[in-house]
Each structure stands twice: as C-alpha cells, then as structure tokens.
Design a protein around this ligand. Sequence first.
Ligand SMILES: Cc1cc2nc3c(=O)[nH]c(=O)nc-3n(C[C@H](O)[C@H](O)[C@H](O)COP(=O)(O)O)c2cc1C
Ligand code: SF4
Length: 796
Amino acid sequence: MAAMASSKSLDLLELWHTIRIPAIAAVAGIYLVVALRNRHFTQRETYDGPPSPSKLEPQLSAEPDGTVLLPEKFEDTSTSNRSRNLPASSKSGPKRITGGEVRKKKVNGPNAEGSTPIEQAELDANQKAIQIFVFYSSLTGSTGKYAEQFAKELFSKPLHKPSPAPPIANGTDIPPESNEKAIFLSPIVENLDYLDLDDYFISPASVKRKNTTSVYLLLIPTYEITSPVDAFLEHLSETHHDFRIDTRPLSSLAGFSVFGFGDKEGWPMEEGRGGGIFCGQAKEADRWMSKLTGGKRIFPIGMGDVKGDATASLTEWREHLEIALHDLANGDAISEDNGVDSEDEEDTAQDNAANTTETLVDVEDIGNSIRSSNPPKTKKSQGPLPVDFTTTSKRSAPKVKEMVPKDSPTYTALTKQGYTIVGSHSGVKLCRWTKSALRGRGSCYKYSFYGIKSHLCMETTPSLSCSNKCVFCWRHGTNPVSTTWNWTVDEPDLILQGAMEGHYKKIKMMKGVPGIRADRFAEAFTIRHCALSLVGEPIFYPHINEFLSMLHERRISSFLVCNAQHPDQLARLKYVTQLYVSIDASNKESLRRIDRPLHRDFWERFMKCLEILRAKRDRMRTVFRLTLVKGFNIEDEVEGYADLVEKGLPAFVEIKGVTYCGTSTSVGAGLSMQNVPFYEEVCEFVRRLNEALEKRGLGYGIAAEHAHSCCVLIASNNYYIDGKWHTVIDYKRFFELLEEGKEFGPLDYVGPPTAEWAVWGNGGFDPADQRVYRKGKNKGKVIEEAPSGEAESGCG
Ligand SMILES: Cc1cc2nc3c(=O)[nH]c(=O)nc-3n(C[C@H](O)[C@H](O)[C@H](O)COP(=O)(O)O)c2cc1C
Ligand code: SF4
C-alpha cells in the first residue's frame, strides 16, 4: 500500500512538473483579468454623473504666474509641415520623394472629347489623359472667383487659333483632332491656402487613373504685405532647396503656367508702394515652378491689372493657353524629361539678374507677340520659348520688414478708418462706446457685465496682423495676415506710450461734439481699462507679457481677446484681468468657413487653446466669446458649443450677434444683413445653450444681458453668490493681489453684485444714461458704419 501510495505521489509530482508552467501562467492570466475587471467596475461605480473639471482629459495646469507648460510645441505650419509629412524613412536620411495619394475635390467643367475636358468614367483605360489643376490663392476673394470662372470657361469655346492656324468647325463642340494623343479631364480647382502643399508640390498630385499626367495652372495675386502667398512661395523654395528631394521633383508634370493678379496703379512694374511690384509674387511662383518642373512652362506668365483689364487679360491668356495645351495633347511633349536643367536655369537667372526688367512681358504684350509671331508651341516641339521668364525676379537677401510701413497702402487704409498707427505694428482707435459714454448715451456690455466705464477704456492692439480672415472682420482687405511674426519688433513701453497719446488725442477731439458730459470728459484723461481686442491678434506680439505688466503697473486692467490659433503664445501668457478666446464655430468645417484660418492645423490649435484656457481658469477669469452669424454658425450648433464649454470650462460665455459693417469685403465673403441675428434670435440661442449646459450638469446660468449691443452673458455658478450674480470685477483688489505677489485666483477679485438693471431679463441699460433708439426696419440688429471709424472691430 505504502509502495502504491508512494508511486501515486510520484506520478502526481511528475504531472505537476509537466503542467506547472502553463498552470501558473493560466492562474496569473485569470488573476490579471479579474483585477482589471474589478478596477474597471470600481471606476464606473465611483463615476458621479457629468464631468467635473478634474475628470476631463487631458489635464494641463497653470503655474502661479498664469502660464501653462505645454508638453509639445505647435510649430508654424506655413513653413515646417514638410518635415512632419515626409515619409518616416526620409527623416533619417536622403530619399527621393516619389509621390502619394491626394484628396480629390469635385471634378467640374465642360465636356467634349479632344480639346474639351471629359469625365473619367467615359474614357477607355488606355486613352492618354491630362488632368488640369487650377490652383489659386486669395486673401480678399477675387482670385477665387476668377479661378472658378476660368475653369468653367477653359475649352468651353472653339479654339481661338491665330492665323496661320487652320480654321475650325463652327459651333461650340470641337471635333477631336485626328492625331490627338491625349484628352483633357475636367479641371480641378484647388485653393492653395487650405491645401496640404506636400501632396501637390513635393511630387505631382497623384491621379488614380492610369495613363494620366497633370498640368498645373496657377492663379496668384500679389501682396506686398504678408499673405498666404508667402507660405506657398516658401514651400516651393524649401522644396527646391531640400537635399532629400529630387532637384526637379515636379518634372513628371505635363507642364505648368502662371497668371498673376495685381494692381498696376499702386504697384507698378518697378518697385511700388511698400516695396511691392506689379504681380511680383506671381513672377516668383513662375520662377520656382520652372525650377521644380525642369522648365516645363507650357505658356508664359500672364498678368492682369485688377484696376484695369484683368478679365480681358485673363481671357486672352486662356485662349492662347488653350492652344498651347492643345499642342501638348497632340504632340509627344508629355515626357518625363524635356532636357532643361533647372540648375543651369538658376545660374542663368542669377547671371542675367541685372537685365531682368527688360525681359518682362505683360500679358498684353504676350498677346501681341503671339499674334505677330507663331502660335505658342511646347518646348519639345519647338525648342525653348523665346522669353525666359525665370529671370524676371531679382533675388536679394531677405530683410526683416516693418509690418505696416508709413508709405504702405495698409497704413493709408487703416488711418483712413480712424486708426492711429503706433510704431510699426500697433494701433489704437476710439471705440464708439467710448464716444457714446462721453455723451451719456450708454456704455458697452463690459460696463453692464463687469463694471467697465467705456469712457475710461482704451481699445488697442500691439499686433495689427492676424492669422485668420474671419468673414465678419472689417479689416481683412487691409490688415496684414500671417501665421508667424516676421517683422521688426517695437518695444512695449513705446507702444503703450504711443497708444495712450493716440487715445488722449482722440478724446481731446471729442471736446466740441454736442452732448459731451464735462465730468466724463475730464475723467476720460485717466485710462482705467485696456481692451486688447481692436483688430489683429494681440498675443502675436512677442513682448505681450511685458506690455500687460506695464498696463497693470499703471493700474489699467486688461481684457485680452485671442483667436485660439496660437497655443504656444497662449500658454506663455501671464496674468490678464480677463482672458477671452473667440469661439466662432462649434465644429471644424464651420470654423474653416467663418474664420478662414491661415493655419492648416487650425482645428488642432483651436482645441489645444481650449485645453490651455481650462488650465488657466484657476488663475484668471476666462471667457468664451461666441459671435453668432445667421446661416453660418447658429443653426444646429448648440450641442457642439456645449461640448466646447465642457472642454474649456470658462468662467463666462459671452454670446453676441455679429455686427454688420457692409464693407465690400464682407459682402464678398457672402455676408449681408440677413446674416445678422435679431436680439430675440440671440436670446433664443442662449436659452438653448443654457439648457444644453444644464443637461451636462456643468453648473452655468444666464447671468446678464446688454440688449443694446445684442449681447448676453452666461456665467459659471461660482459667480452666483448669496442668491445674486456677481459678474462685476473688483479691479482695485486685482491690482493689490498682483502687487502682493502671492498666488491668487479669479474668485479672489470678485466685485459687488451685478446691477439689477443688467441682470438677465432687465435689458442691461443703465437708467442713469439716456437711451437713443434706432429707427427703421433693422431695429434690434447691430449695424455699424464702416469705414467711418465709428465702429468696433469684428472681434472687439
Ligand atoms: C494690402 C495690399 C497689398 C498689395 N500689394 C500688391 C503688390 O505688391 N503688387 C501688386 O501687383 N498688387 C498688390 N495688391 C493688389 C492685389 O494683388 C489685388 O488686389 C488682388 O486682386 C487681390 O487678390 P485677392 O482678392 O484674391 O486676394 C495689393 C493689395 C492690397 C490690398
Ligand atoms: S475678427 Fe479678429 S480674429 Fe477675426 S480676422 Fe478680424 S482681427 Fe482677426
């Protein structure tokens, strides 16, 4: 028995040795699964309803001085997105870029075989085809319209062949030429300002269809100020100089051609105002494209004077271009290499720099030269074009410019609108509410909500430049735009001094205006508040923190509005009395449509700024500024806005109807009186937003209103103290706290209760002032006269 027992235990021991590893692994696995499950349920059990600030991810926190440390930096996409978008392997060593897929836009345009474009579906797979891309850039909208029209008209009429070309059949359909080797696909129109340039200009756009090459036609305006065209030219230049990329990366294109838009009166052929020249940037684009394609210019650059005959010039250029394209389709010129060495071309260009202006040919001259000589031919079929347009641009070392030089049209335009330009990049302007308050006719909503008397407030900006082109902005036709600061920088004390002097000068000029109240006029010579919201982007200014400190040292409060496009600068921002971000839409597409941002990663930047704002909410008063534009960002967006509030958890949400200014630019952007909501519509939106916030349990309520300027305030319940809203600021306490140098938060400088007349439901107009009602059918809408200088700006 004992022997049997001992042999059994030996068997068991053997069995244990055989199965011990899988058994231990199985037990450990089961333990892990159970532990994870328990953890999951523990978390779920402790979840207590709607998200509170501490539970929202990801978390950033502010330092005692109000700054936020960011784990990563947002680089300027205008110049550096290439390095991010290159294939991973190309970052570690030299590599030839061979191309990738592109996002395609709707194919449009006319349709006929031979010279006219046709839809892909109708093609025989072996048929050679040419895809035309019409690229454009536009700051104020006109080039976009020209581009659409151009694409519609391309090949829409019989070829306008100059003699001695053979006559063609009457009628609108052009019979295919018997020797036609390739046909044209309907053109694709693309806006360079929003395109991922890497997809199109590091290697040719990849077209899914086989046997298809592309032609790039570029319609480019010129701006002497910084504009999106700069980013495009920079991209072309970087591509050319990038050692990882083939020297002629676009050489497999069938060809390219450029048409420039400019203003000959302001910027003649030689150097014009602010250093710009007529169509200077179009010429530069033409030069870079020639280098990148290895000289595949199918037709010389055309130029149109927008104050003259731009439409006629474009038509003429198109008609000649059609012939050149036709030749391209007929001949064997669709080749990988046309034998032109771009490096030789560059050398020639530099050698010939001194003779450049002589070689310039305007489109009128091109027309004449073509009529008087032969019709244009492709290089392969006829040798190089007689005029080398790559030599038209003089290259000089880049120098740092002033943002708004005194002799620039921007300066003239802004001063005409009532701005005082301070130094080279700042501006100050008397707000219409300051004037109104001086006359006892009421202050702006900042008085009703936060206790700011408008006649003690200065509206200024240390950066007239902005990185958006909002549809409702007054100034995008005139104010500079850019994604990065690339101008000379003025010292903060000079800006503050200049701004205050400019402000007081304008106050002095109010002396003779009927109805000015003597007491307020006298008080107005001590600025107590500064609204950094005039126009442009104040946090763009590299010394913004020093500027703010100087205001605070003088016991001037700061209200700073930023456009949520500069997370790095926002994170670095120190104490502000009240910090705003403009929330002009609740989703990416809507934001693109309304703000027309220059940054390609605008949505990521926007979301990052909300995170940063949330991190700052324990240090300062934070505000979301919503500007409602009917037909753009009101309808169906309430839930989206509530989501954004949940993300940023601002102390306040200001909701304001857009202000209509009726400038040609706003009209061009598709804005009319129809887009201005009535106050009742704003109120209805506010009620719905409040409900959406309540549903999420976020702890907000409708606190105050200023019907006079179509503005309503939603506030965090933190400001509902002892049964009353407390939205007004204790400015004296704010400065004391700063001077004490201890850590403090926004609830440490809460002022007295919000005035009864300002509380939601009571209208928001101080009975001590005299209300002046507007007559007419648009009563209840905020309309401003522009450019009289009477108005607040789009984000003011
Ligand atoms: C501030 C400003 C600067 C300009 N600079 C130049 C220039 O240097 N050269 C030029 O030929 N045209 C210049 N123009 C004219 C524009 O190129 C022209 O108005 C063009 O049609 C604008 O196109 P867009 O509406 O598509 O932005 C300038 C226009 C403005 C408003
Ligand atoms: S409204 Fe403000 S953010 Fe928008 S473009 Fe104008 S200045 Fe820039």
